[in-house]
Write a protein that binds this ligand. Structure first.
Ligand code: 5AD
Ligand code: FES
Length: 343
């Protein structure tokens, strides 16, 4: 076994310069993936957990420079699902075998703390064997606590980049890395299973940024880690930047699997968008989650964070069976399970 990879597997860590080598260099990639896969199998076997993604609002008060649903994008037709529409997505998802629902949206103040609490309470009372994951951005600790008390189990909030200067280059002035990190620590303290992550190849990202991303995750010790390639969106200020590097993203998935053997790592939609076999390859590099879309098809295209997003025409059932086949072809199997972290 390659010396660096052996150290990484055994110590779950490497010095910065060694991390840089295996992030950048393609020559170690095959062995890296195979070691990551064996570690994933030790912890999760061939199980892949599914999460039903419900994109319930594309309104957003923020203006992140990379994101297609940023406030200043006047071309987006905005939509919101009401409580009953969200519950209809859950019902359909439950019947298809989903035991986790991910409520994802832009930062939309139309939904008050109370409204979100009510939605969580209702989902949990109808589907008590299911987990509710929230992915709705930065809020106060009090609000996070109220939603946790209403029954929310998990929270996804990617840190996007752990480098202060880089953060400022891809976000508007009013958003601060310090705030984002505080939200993540608050969520942890409250008792959520916490997910964070970053984009690979976002504009101005350097190899040192990626090292800082890894170091921050080592501090945070998240349960879930979502990464995907940056993909440009034509109606954003970053429209002419190149997409992130697909293989570098796969290598980072594998490295994260080796640093955090127990973690829940999705083969993301962005990965499936940049390469038709992206999600399959992500699974083989150590990912163990897929997130089929449960949102109503009529709104799917309006939740376009980046160009050419896949799965915008397929009904929930189609998306699930499509993924089922893909997961199987990669050598794994989708299970009906709430899919908590196996720490
Ligand atoms: N390319 C890739 N990923 C993106 N995200 C937002 N915009 C883009 C883009 N243009 C990611 C962010 C966010 C998640 C929901 O989607 O990392 O946290
Ligand atoms: Fe959605 Fe293939 S996963 S269509």
């Amino acid at each position: 076994m390659n010396h660096l990879l052996e150290i990484l597997r055994n110590n779950r860590d490497l010095p910065d310069d060694d991390f840089k080598i295996i992030i950048e260099e393609e020559q170690y990639e095959e062995e890296l993936f195979s070691i990551a896969d064996s570690v994933r199998r030790q912890h999760y076997g061939v199980d892949v957990y599914i999460r039903g993604l419900i994109e319930f609002t594309n309104y957003c008060k923020n203006n992140c420079l990379y994101c297609g649903i940023r406030r200043d994008n006047q071309h987006v037709k905005r939509y919101r699902l009401d409580k009953n529409e969200i519950l209809a997505c859950c019902k359909q998802g439950y019947e298809l075998g989903f035991r986790t629902f991910v409520l994802q949206g832009g930062e939309d103040n139309y939904f008050t703390d109370e409204m979100i609490s009510e939605i969580i309470t209702e989902i949990k009372s109808l589907y008590s064997d299911c987990a509710v994951t929230l992915s709705i951005g930065e809020r106060t600790k009090e609000t996070y606590k109220a939603w946790f008390d209403a029954g929310a189990d998990r929270y996804l909030l990617r840190h996007e980049t752990a480098n202060e200067e880089h953060y400022k280059k891809i976000h508007p002035e009013c958003l601060r890395l310090k705030n984002r990190k505080k939200c993540l620590w608050d969520l942890k303290e409250i008792g959520y299973q916490v997910g964070s992550g970053f984009m690979v190849g976002s504009p101005f990202q350097t190899i040192d940024c990626l090292i800082e991303d890894i170091r921050f995750l080592q501090e945070l010790q998240p349960d879930m880690i979502g990464i995907g390639p940056f993909l440009s969106h034509k109606q954003t200020p970053f429209h002419s930047f190149p997409n992130g590097d697909f293989h570098k993203c796969l290598r980072l998935i594998a490295i994260l699997r080796l640093i955090f053997p127990y973690s829940l790592i999705p083969a993301t939609t962005a990965l499936g968008t940049i390469n038709t076999q992206g999600r399959e390859m992500g699974l083989k590099a150590g990912a163990n989650i897929v997130m089929p879309n449960l949102s109503p098809v009529k709104f799917r295209k309006q939740y376009e964070l980046y160009d050419n997003k896949i799965c915008t025409n397929e009904e929930a059932a189609e998306c699930k069976s499509c993924l089922e086949k893909r997961v199987q072809s990669a050598g794994y199997r989708i299970v009906t399970d709430v899919g908590h972290v196996r720490r």
